[in-house]
Design a protein around this ligand. Structure first.
Ligand SMILES: *Cc1c(COP(=O)(O)O)cnc(C)c1O
Length: 408
């Protein structure tokens, strides 16, 4: 096989033409600002589509999460329960507010926060009032279980739906399960504005606060009057134009991504692997990224340090490092699973709670021997496959052959 002439990416923007129309509208009307028609229309259309009362357009998903953390009242010294296996943007805002993330281990059914580990965490940190949950790779978490536990302990949920826009859980859109929710229009997400994000909530007062904070917290006065700290977090009307043009194509993108997932699933049916799982009876992911997990007994030896990896090839077996190297050799882009936060050097002293309660709690500084660390296991055996919706079926078949060849 020859390498692809045109690189096959993990996930890239897919434009449709309407975007430029709305950008031009902003230009022609001179609303080249953080105020304008595109922003107003987009806030309304997103709220309608997702099924929440208010959407506040912001510069990115991370700023939405930051304002959500502030709205939840998180302050210095608080513990906040966070999804462990995720992009670090889920957690950074907790650090901005000088609180302590307590990482909750992952479950195998959806690769999201494990409700059993969450319940354990409340035994150790009963005073915790905020939970930040992400829906990884577009697959909803076990939201019923997590919401029930949050209710029981009087905690607030912040839902990081940055990767899961358009995904549903029991027919309800993700991004509506938290009191405050964040979505992202970053360049590699299912629809994009090149950047941008939104805070979603049903709370009018919270939406108004977020809007005020995001525009430097101006008070209602004839001059620049300030009573609290502000941020420059508002979305640009030009970016809003791009997202406005993209939004009608969300379902089309999801259908394309789902077809990619299904094609991989079929292509790998004789390999000792599974695709990133979900419960088809209660959830419909947006299939943002297709991922695979190699069976334990089909893993060749693989060792990873902080910044390097090596493996020993074995017949009938493979590992993420071997597959990622093979893809790169053919000019295709894969990616390791998000490295869990509890494995990150910057969080080495943070608590990490597993379902057997044996992680790294208040008393034990190190992960107990023999503890079931699901996040570390999925990171070890899993990888993200090229999931670009402009990849053709023929190109994908070649990707499948490359992956298969790693097990020869
Ligand atoms: C992309 C992403 C974010 C951040 O969104 P930005 O718009 O890039 O700031 C947050 N959480 C998760 C899980 C993400 O994938």
């Amino acid at each position: 096989m020859k390498p692809f002439e045109k690189k096959i990416y993990l996930s890239t923007p897919t434009m449709h033409g309407d975007e430029i129309k709305y950008i031009k509208e902003a230009y022609d009307t001179n609303w080249m600002s953080t105020v304008g028609e595109n922003i107003n229309v987009l806030e309304k259309s997103i709220a309608e589509k997702v099924g929440c009362k208010y959407a506040v357009a912001l510069s990115c998903g991370t700023s939405a999460l930051h304002l959500a953390v502030k709205l939840a009242g998180v302050k210095q010294g608080d513990t906040v329960f966070c999804t462990d296996m995720t992009f670090d943007a889920t957690v950074n805002p907790v650090i901005y507010e000088k609180a302590t993330p307590v990482f909750i281990d992952t479950e195998y059914d959806t690769w999201n926060m494990d409700p059993v580990a969450l319940e354990k965490a409340f035994e150790i940190y009963p005073e915790t009032k905020v939970i930040v949950i992400a829906n990884l790779y577009g697959t909803p978490a076990k939201l019923d279980e997590i919401c029930a536990i949050a209710d029981k302990h009087g905690a607030i949920i912040i839902e990081d739906a940055a990767e899961s826009l358009g995904a549903t859980y029991k027919g309800r859109q993700t991004g509506t399960f938290g009191t405050y929710n964040a979505i992202s229009f970053n360049g590699n997400k299912i629809i994009t504005g090149s950047s941008g994000g939104m805070l979603l909530t049903d709370d009018l007062e919270a939406a108004n606060k977020a809007r005020k904070w995001s525009t430097q917290s101006r008070e209602n006065a004839p001059w620049y009057q300030h009573e609290e700290v502000g941020y420059n977090y508002r979305m640009s009307n030009v970016i809003a134009g791009v997202v406005r043009g993209q939004l009608p194509y969300l379902e089309e993108h999801i259908a394309q991504k789902k077809a990619i997932y299904e094609r991989y699933k079929e292509g790998f049916k004789d390999l000792p692997v599974i695709m990133n799982p979900y419960d088809e009876n209660i959830m419909e992911p947006n299939f943002w990224l297709s991922c695979m997990l190699i069976n334990k007994d089909a893993m060749c030896k693989q060792v990873r340090s902080d910044n390097d990896a090596c493996y020993i090839s074995e017949p009938g077996k493979s590992c993420p490092t071997e597959i990622l190297e093979a893809l790169a050799k053919y000019n295709a882009e894969g990616r390791p699973i998000w490295k869990p936060m509890h494995m990150q050097p910057m969080y080495r002293m943070n608590p990490f709670i597993t379902k057997d309660g044996n992680g790294r709690g208040r008393t034990n500084a190190y992960i107990a021997e023999g503890c079931i660390d699901v996040g570390a296991d999925i990171f070890d055996r899993g990888l993200c496959l090229p999931s670009d919706n402009k990849m053709t079926a023929e190109e994908q078949d070649i990707i499948i052959e490359i992956v298969k060849s790693c097990f020869n």
